[in-house]
Design a protein around this ligand. Structure first.
Ligand code: APR
Length: 252
C-alpha cells in the first residue's frame, strides 16, 4: 500500500465521521476539464497574460475591448469544457449527504453547478454573469436599473442611454468579495469538522485564509494538489494527486 493510499484511507475515515464537510476549490479543480489555471508555469493564464491589464477595473477602463474579448474567449473555453470526475464526486457526495456539505469555490466557471452541485458559494463571482461597470444612472433617479440584457451589442456591450459598459460579473484584483458569500464561507470554515482544499495555490486572500480558520476552529484539513501550495502548513494531510484522480477515491 502506498503512502497516498494510507493517507487517503485516513482522510476517508475523517470524512465518514464528519457531521459537516467543507470543500474549498480553486482553478486546479477544473484543470482536468481543460480550463487553464492561473499560476501553473507555462500553462497558467498569468504566465501568458498580464493580470493588471486583464483582471483589474483600471485595466478594463484603459482598454475595455481587449478585456471584454479576453473574457469572451474564456467563456467559450468554459462552455466547451465538461465537469470532471472530481466535480462529479463532490456533487454525488452532496446528494448522498443532504445538508452535510458546504462547497466554496474561487472558480468563476460553472462546472460544479453543471456536475449537479446545488449550493455553491462563489467567492470570485461567475464568468457568465454580466453587470454594469458603473452604477446605472436610473438608480440615482430612484428608478430601477437598466437590465444588462438591454445593452447595445459591442465589445463590450454598452447602455444605449448612457454608454455605461457591461463587464463580466467576476471579482477583479483590488475588488472586494461579495460580502454574503465571504461571510457564508467563513461560517462554513469555522463550523466544519473536515475541510478538503482542492486545487488552489493559496496565493489569494481572503480565500486562502479559510483553511487556517477551519484548523483553528478544530477541523481537520486535507489538501489535494499534485504540487506544493502556499497553504500547506495549514493542512494535517497533503494528498499529492489530482482532483479527478483523488476525489472519487475520497468521496466515492
Ligand atoms: N488537480 C488538483 N490541483 C491541481 C491540478 C489538478 N489537476 N492541476 C493543478 N493544480 C494545482 C496547482 O498545483 C496549483 O497549486 O492547482 C493550483 C492552481 O493555483 P492557481 O492557478 O493559483 O489558482 P487559484 O489558487 O484558484 O487562484 C486563486 O487567483 O487569479 C486569481 O481570482 C483568481 O480565483 C483565482 C485566484
Amino acid at each position: 500500500m502506498t503512502t497516498v493510499d494510507v493517507l487517503l484511507g485516513t482522510v476517508r475515515e475523517w470524512i465518514a465521521g464528519a457531521g459537516r464537510l467543507c470543500v474549498l476549490t480553486g482553478a486546479g479543480m477544473s484543470a482536468e476539464s481543460g480550463v487553464p489555471t492561473f499560476r501553473d508555469a507555462l500553462t497558467g493564464l498569468w504566465a501568458r497574460y498580464d493580470p493588471q491589464q486583464l483582471a483589474t477595473e483600471e485595466g478594463f477602463r484603459a482598454n475595455p475591448q481587449l478585456v471584454w474579448d479576453w473574457y469572451a474567449l474564456r467563456r467559450t473555453g468554459v462552455s466547451r469544457a465538461q465537469p470532471n470526475l472530481g466535480h462529479v464526486a463532490i456533487a454525488q457526495w452532496e446528494a448522498a449527504h443532504p445538508g452535510g456539505l458546504t462547497l466554496v469555490t474561487q472558480n468563476v466557471d460553472d462546472l460544479h453547478q453543471r456536475a449537479g452541485s446545488c449550493e455553491v458559494i462563489c467567492l470570485h463571482g461567475a464568468i457568465f454573469e454580466d453587470r454594469w461597470l458603473d452604477d446605472c444612472r436610473r438608480r440615482a433617479r430612484g428608478e430601477p436599473s437598466c437590465d444588462t440584457q438591454w445593452a447595445r451589442p459591442g465589445s463590450p456591450p454598452r447602455c444605449g442611454e448612457c454608454g455605461n459598459p457591461v463587464r463580466p460579473g467576476v471579482v477583479w484584483f483590488g475588488e472586494a468579495l461579495p460580502q454574503h458569500a465571504l461571510a457564508a464561507a467563513q461560517r462554513a470554515a469555522a463550523e466544519c469538522d473536515v475541510m478538503l482544499v482542492v486545487g488552489t495555490s493559496g496565493a489569494v486572500h481572503p480565500a486562502a485564509g479559510l483553511p487556517v480558520l477551519a484548523r483553528r476552529a478544530g477541523a481537520r484539513v486535507a489538501i489535494v494538489n499534485p504540487g506544493p501550495s502556499e497553504i500547506d502548513d495549514a493542512a494535517d494531510v497533503l494528498l499529492r494527486g489530482t482532483a479527478a484522480e483523488l476525489l472519487p477515491k475520497l468521496l466515492g
